[in-house]
Ligand binder design. Sequence first.
Ligand code: GLU
Length: 474
Amino acid sequence: MPEPVRARFAPSPTGHLHVGGARTALFTWLFARHHRGVFILRIEDTDRSRSTEEYIASILEALRWLGLDWDEGPPTPGYRQTERLEIYKAHAERLLAEGKAYRCACPPEELEAARAAAQARGETFRYSGKCRDQNVAADVPHALRLKIPRSGQTVVQDLIHGRVTFDHGQLDDWILVRTDGSPTYNFCVVVDDVTMKITHVIRGNDHLSNTPKQILCYHALGYPVPAFAHIPMILGPDRSRLSKRHGATSVLAFKEEGFLPEAMVNYLARLGWSHGDQEIFSREELIEHFDLAKVGQAGAVFDRAKLEWLSNHWMRQAPGERLAHDLASYMERRGIPVPSDRRWLAQVADSLKERASTLRQMFEMGVFYFAEPANYDPPEIVAKFFTPEAIPRLALLIKRLEAQEAFEPDALESLYRGLVAQLELKLVDLAQLTRIALTGKTVSPPIFQVAAILGKERTLARLKKCLAVIEGKA
Ligand code: GLU
């Protein structure tokens, strides 16, 4: 790269950050970080009727959660389009003064009628250029249009799609500034990218059709055109464009569910980009290997099962203290009382992380750590263990455990092994009964670990309660 890379992510705050936008942000961020360039965040809030402060806050929260830090952008002033209106105005005036743009006084009704007629013919509406040489006076209500070449072609040299050619016959003299003085979306994007010295425009495929219009505006302004990379869309399992119909698509919904951000980043990175067959990437590895040339041209299907698989991988990698912190936030958000002993909570998380993909799953699987089981489940399996023979065994087990000082998993296992040998039972008989008593379920983390984490007092209380239930006394 000859120059310092400056790449931007430019969300419109008309909704929450969805996975498609997050992947665009991630690819752009990775590209900038890989090239030791600058990552810029720009808020495209010119559509005032649909943009809200809440959506801006929510987009920033999602980016922060993913760890996509920006070098330039809010809260520094000047990175929101609504703060930049003077800049657009100055550029529009220059284009007009240089004869590269012209005033158009065509009445809206006339344009609407022409649009409807084109639609009826099954064609895209293109402005006729009626006012192009009319020298409309400044005091007549007017829009400002870009004068584009009547013939020829504009070629988009896309880093992902290669050469994409657009005939000028398919384009028209598009509006830069509306009659009410507001600049249009495509005009703002160009002026922003120029004035922010953007070298690489990385964005969704849905913007490819805007690109020839924007390139013509760069030419008119006399500025060099940046490099473009249009990333293919994310698809649902039915291969249509991913949308709410396919389930949660907002990044914060995945956060709420308790996916780990490193899993989300890893997953989104592999959605359309590859590096050999590698599936698991740390953030550092992604920065090292990311290359736009390895982004595919076809849309990538969102696969929740794979996200869960990756999330379980990153869960298993995470230290218990970190998971304790995340689990505590998850519980707090749901108004569930959080145990104050964080070291204990870290042990809990460590015991659950093997089988959990999300913090929600972790909490649900480990709910018995926080509250005594209200019932024993599933009844038909539990019934197999709640037999008259179980009563003396459990009573003996309780006696032995009461006498037991060391309550670590290994010590507990030796105790159990000694006891089953004496009673001529299999380890599983006593272990499963204990599991049901302590967790209320027939599946749990390793039971000696569970007993050790619950501690002697709670373990014994739950075993006694279970004994009473089997005896029919509770
Ligand atoms: N604001 C546009 C969007 O949210 C992105 C425009 C661009 O990246 O050029 O889709």
